[in-house]
Every structure is written in structure tokens, then in C-alpha cells.
Design a binder for this molecule. Sequence first.
Ligand code: F6R
Length: 597
Amino acid sequence: MCGIIGCVGRDGETLETLVHGLSKLEYRGYDSAGVALTGDGETVEISKKAGELDDLRAALEEYAPAGEVGIGHTRWSTHGPPTDENAHPHQDCTGRVAVVHNGIIENYQALRDELATSGHTFRSDTDTEVLPHLVEEGLDSGLDPDAAVRQALTRVDGSYAVAVVVAGVDAVFAARNDSPLVLGEDDDAVYLASDVPAFRDFTDRVVYLADGEFARLDGEGWTVTNIDGETVEKTVDTVDWDPEEAGKSGYDHFMLKEIHEQPRALRQCLRGRVEELGGNIEVGDLGDLSPTGVQFVACGTSYHAALYGAQLFQQAGIPAQAFLASEYASSPPPIGDALVIGVTQSGETADTLSALREADKRGARTLAVTNTVGSTAARECDHVFYIRAGPEIGVAATKTFASQLAALNLLVLAMAGGNARDIVPALRDLPGDVQALLDDSNAEAIAEVYEDSSAYFFIGRGYHYPVALEGALKMKEISYKHAEGFAAGELKHGPLALVTEETPVFAVVTGDGESARKTIGNVKEVEARNAPVVAVTDGASEVERYADHVLRVPETHPRAASVLANVQLQLVSYHVAKRLGRSIDKPRNLAKSVTVE
Ligand code: F6R
């Protein structure tokens, strides 16, 4: 996710402070970076570069913007590929205004059209660029910079954390709506950032901005106001994390942080794509694809999402199959008129790319469902759909799996129609349901009970089968213990021989329909062999009668229940691995992006 830094003060070291802050935000993932400083000149001075921070540093060797007041940004692309032009800061037509932004401006196309019609020239493909032009309009109409920024933001729908500088004005103007922003202060300077690590080396005194608040940072310090310009009293908190730990925002591991980021990741995935009242789904041109058949190709966690996606399409009446990408080319299925969908968080997994290329060679239309703008899959496929989970640092995929499931629900609704009315409210409630579950989970206590087990088994049926596979994958990856996921009905066809009192079986059972009844039958088979049973359930069925422990999920649509059950299983694996002292964020032998076949 993009990172913002701002700084006023630091006595001649503003540029160094900004670049240092950007280096501390690198962990968030980025594909370009830039800075803007303002002094007495008539325009803001800018340097920005696609690529690594070292590319920006090299550019700064050639040309170093000067000024005491500045903003900086690491960009993680959402609109437009990673290029120098698309990197932030963005400017207005005159060069007086520079803006950095995190978030998504949903109505940017309408604003851009309107501004272009009134003579503004755009230089990038980004949604952000509408902001400096809106501020320019305000300044031209005689508003002061503070009022011009406020007015610009009233035009914008969506999420944002923004920081703005205006030439000749010794201040940074900032605001947030649904995207984090925090101020910092020491005796000499004031700072602004999307996350504390950006300035944690300079100060531990922080002020967290709330949605709808505006901040002004200048030589006098900082002030925070509400939408009406009234002063808001804020408390200065002291953070006690050391700078090293700060990137994890107080969590012990990135994995735990990312598990807790799932409500936000889901909100971002759904934002602007679900019209809640009518149940309409907006996925741009993809809605017109109308495939007669779908083949998914993917690896690991993404393959589990693909298995879920294939069920969604089947249910909607479109023949669909999920293939392990590494197996796809060895025994290519007949393609016909199928749409081949590569599900890949990174967009760089070699096996998935190779399967997509094979499909392309054989004349199929291809679609990448990915988290990474500008990735190879995004560039090479005919179509792309972004899951918008934000960057994932932990090697074990967590929030991206949740967002993949949500994204696949949107795709199937848009491409195949089906009964949107019941799933749309469940999707809308999903971020809140995940949050409720996270606030109340007993997964840590369950992990404590079973940390010494010799193996862990996971069972589920229908939409919960991929969750059983994913639960087991997460457990193996980070605890290094034996774990297997099974279709609940398959248990009696062999795996039951492995089940003993030493092997807890996690059974995902929600609702009280046919599927739940059948899985309860499988649970009874397990119970009869004295294996401990942990039911992951919404309480709608009688499964708890046969369970030793329960992990509760809110009652919802079965498709959404899979996302919720998976969160409980992520937490159990995390806590088992933590108790065993494993290297959770970087498990042995594994890499975040597997770029070899
Ligand atoms: C598991 C995990 C891997 C990835 C797999 C595919 O936690 O992260 O199994 O899911 O390597 O990666 P992407 O989705 O980037 O193609």
C-alpha cells in the first residue's frame, strides 16, 4: 500500500528526512517513489521515479529539490502502471500545488472529464491527479490554500489520506477519510505519515488523525480541525515500539497484522463495485465477457481460492474447473471458448504465468485476478481484475485469500448474474463480520490446547472444502507440523486411518442444511475414533454436540462463511506457530513470490 511522509522543520534536512521516511515505509510494498518541497519559489520542486528508492536517490543526486517544507510518497499502483509520470507527488497545471495520496478516488473519471473540459492538462493515468487540479481551481477562485484543499476534498468520493503543499506557503495540509494518517512532533519539527515507522527514528510523540479531520503542519507545530474548520482537541500519544518493530504497528508479526487487516482489505476490494440497494455489480468491461466455460489456473493459497471460484461459476450454471497451474501444461484440457482465469496474488508466480501463456497460445481469452498492478500477469493477460488487498509482507498469504474470495464473488455475479440479492448484503457485512470475529476469537486458547499434537486435519464440504485445504496449508507452512485438508466426505475413504486421539480434526460446518448434516456425519466418524474435534461453526447446526471445542463465526451466507471460517483457522495456525517459536513471517524454505517453475 502507498506510504506518505510529510515534514516541516528539521533545519535544512527536510529532503533527507523525507527520503529516510520513505525508506522506513518500504516494507509496505511500492513500485515508485517521489518527493516535493516548497520554499520561496513560485513552483513546488519535485523529483519522482518508478522503481526502487535507490532510483529516486540517484535522481536526487542529479537534481535535489530544495525547501524546508515537504511531502513524499511510495506508490503501490492502483490506477495506471508504475511509471515516472504516475509516481506521486502530482501537480496542477501551474506547478504551484503538489499532492500525495493513498486510497482510491471512485469518481475520478467524472472529475477528470470535467476538469479537462475546463482546460486542465493531465500528465498521468492516476486517480490522484484530479486533486491538485481541484486545489488549483480553488486557489484561482481566491480561496486560501487551507480552504482550497477542503473544497477539493468535498468533491471526492472514496478513501483518502492526502498531503498537499503549495508554493510559497510554509505548511503541509493533510486530511484523511478511511485511510490512515498520523502526525508526529519533536522539539524542532512536525511530521506526517501514513504509518509511524516513517518518523519513528525522530520522535515517539504521535497524534492519530480520525476520519474527516484536517491537519495543518507549519513552523508553529500542528493544528487539527474538523470539516467545519473547528479545532479538534487531540491527545499526543507515546509509542513504545522500537523503530525496528514499528512497521508491524504493534503486532508481533506481519502475518498477525495482515490477518487483522482483513476487514479493511475486504472493504477496499468491494468499494465502488457493489451497488448495495439494487445488488448491481460494477466490474467494468469484464461484466461483458459472458464466458461459456471457465478454467482457473493457480498455485498454493490462490489455487484454493480458484477451487472456490470454480464452485461459484458452476453454481451459476457455467462449467468451471480449477487446475494446479504446474499441472495445467502437462495435460492441457480442451479449451473451446473457455475463459482462463489466473488467480495470483503476486502476478509473478512462474507456474501460473506459464499456464496462462499456454492458454493464450491455444487461443483462450485470459483474465488475471491479482493484487499487483503492473505485474507480469496483469500485463500479459487480456483482462485484469484487481483484488485491492494492499501489499502482503508475510510469506503466508492471509488477507489476499479473503480478498480473492470476495473478488471472485464479484466476478461471478457480474459475468453470470445469478441470485445477487442474498449474497450482496452478506458481502457488504463481511468486513464487519470479520472484525467481530477478530475481536472475540478464542483461537489462541485452542492453539494452546493442541500445540503438541502430532498432526492436524481439516475437513469441509462445498465452499468449505477449499477452506479445509487452506487451513492445512497455513498450518504446515508456519508451524512445520503435519497437516492435511480433506473434503469431509473423503475422510472415510482412507484418511480416517490417520485419525487418532493425537490428531485434532478441525471441521468447518455452517448453516443447518444438507451439507452441514452430511459433514456432521463425518464428524461423528472422527469422534468415534476418539480424535478431538474442533468445530468451526456459526451455531446453526448440532455439530457442537460432537465437538471438544468451538471456534465461532457469525451467521451469514454460506459463501461468506468460508471467508470467516478461514480467519479462525489462520489465527489457530498463527498461535500454534508462535508457541512453537517458528519464523512466522519468513517460514523456512519458502518465498513470497515463486518465480521459478
Ligand atoms: C501460501 C502462499 C503460497 C502462494 C502461492 C501462489 O501461504 O502464499 O502458496 O499462494 O505461491 O502465489 P501467488 O498467489 O502470488 O501466485
